[in-house]
Design a binder for this molecule. Structure first.
Ligand code: ADP
Ligand code: MG
Length: 295
């Protein structure tokens, strides 16, 4: 097969591993910086031009679109869809998955267990909002944050009020969420490919920190997940239309709850922690999908 990886940098661990895994399995693979592509908007013969040449004869596309480039990145992915090329995560699913609130609303509607969550912009009824989310302690998040930045734990009602009021001053969308204390600073990253969790790890926050993000000093550990967690992760990915996804789960006293779903989950932490060939699993999935959809 001819596989294209849409990625800004070929030396990123995830990109390198996908190239390696594709070549190991006998495929031709090219890394393409999607910001350098241009396209014609037409009903007949849509094209993508990269380095003066039209990209043709491609069997599969693996989008690794950075959070800051969702708009143009998903437009390039959409153009591949117009060209009838198989893409591992489609443009609509990528764009949707970048909107945390949209994701939570979709999951909630389908009955997936979530932490009690409220969302607001500039309500004056801060007390009502706090009550809505079950009272303090609460986690308050900026909707547009990543890597744990803009996620604050408010232990008391007073603290929650001040944080919400401060965020209101930023003119931002916020999420107010029940604090899952029992998770004790850990969450579970389930790496979903197709309808399977191919690898999972527990991320544990650094001492004195409740956020388990690796960027905040968290560390990865091996973990056994339950059947319920496995089924929950696969279902969440499916509901959001993602064939490859990182589903983050918190273990609450009432059972597992989905916290976040990521459409370009990193490979480094999960492969190094679990020693599973996740890149290989993605390529294998593509092989099945492309051969089963070919006429
Ligand atoms: P980001 O997109 O910035 O990673 P998250 O919503 O994933 O934001 O939150 C960052 C971290 O904070 C999570 O990995 C988790 O460890 C912790 N966290 C977030 N929400 C909660 C919550 N409701 N209860 C307990 N811990 C939480
Ligand atoms: Mg997160």
């Amino acid at each position: 097969m001819k596989i294209v990886i849409l990625s800004r940098k070929r030396d990123l661990y995830s990109t390198r591993r996908l190239v390696e895994a594709a070549e190991e399995r006998g495929h031709q693979v090219r890394v393409i910086d999607y910001l350098r592509c241009y396209m014609n908007i037409t009903a007949t013969d849509p094209k993508i031009i990269y380095g003066h040449q039209a990209l043709t004869g491609i069997d599969a596309v693996i989008p690794r679109i950075g959070a800051s480039y969702t708009f143009y990145g998903s437009a390039v992915v959409r153009q591949f869809e117009l060209m009838q090329t198989y893409v591992v995560n489609d443009s609509a699913a990528i764009a949707r998955s970048r909107d945390k609130l949209h994701c939570l609303q979709k999951l909630a509607k389908a009955g997936v267990d979530l932490p009690v969550t409220g969302c607001a912009h500039s309500t004056k009824d801060v007390e009502g909002l706090i009550e809505f989310a079950g009272g303090a302690p609460l986690v308050v998040k900026l909707l547009e944050g990543t890597q744990g930045i803009g996620v604050v734990l408010a232990e008391t009602k007073k603290a929650a009020e001040s944080v919400i009021e401060a965020f209101r001053g930023l003119d931002a969308n916020i999420i107010v969420q029940e604090f899952i204390r029992e998770a004790a600073g850990s969450d579970i990253r389930c790496f979903v490919v197709g309808d399977q969790v191919v690898a999972s790890m527990m991320r544990q926050a650094a001492e004195g920190e409740f956020r388990s993000n690796i960027h905040r000093g968290g560390s990865g550990h091996k973990v056994e997940i339950t059947e319920q967690e496995r089924a929950m992760a696969v279902r969440a990915a499916k509901l959001l239309g993602l064939e490859v996804a990182g589903v983050d789960i918190l273990r609450s006293k009432n059972g597992p709850v989905v916290m976040e779903v990521n459409s370009s989950p990193g490979l480094e932490g999960i492969e190094k922690t679990t020693e599973v060939n996740v890149a290989g699993a993605i390529i294998e999935h593509i092989e099945h999908r492309v051969t089963s959809t070919e006429p």
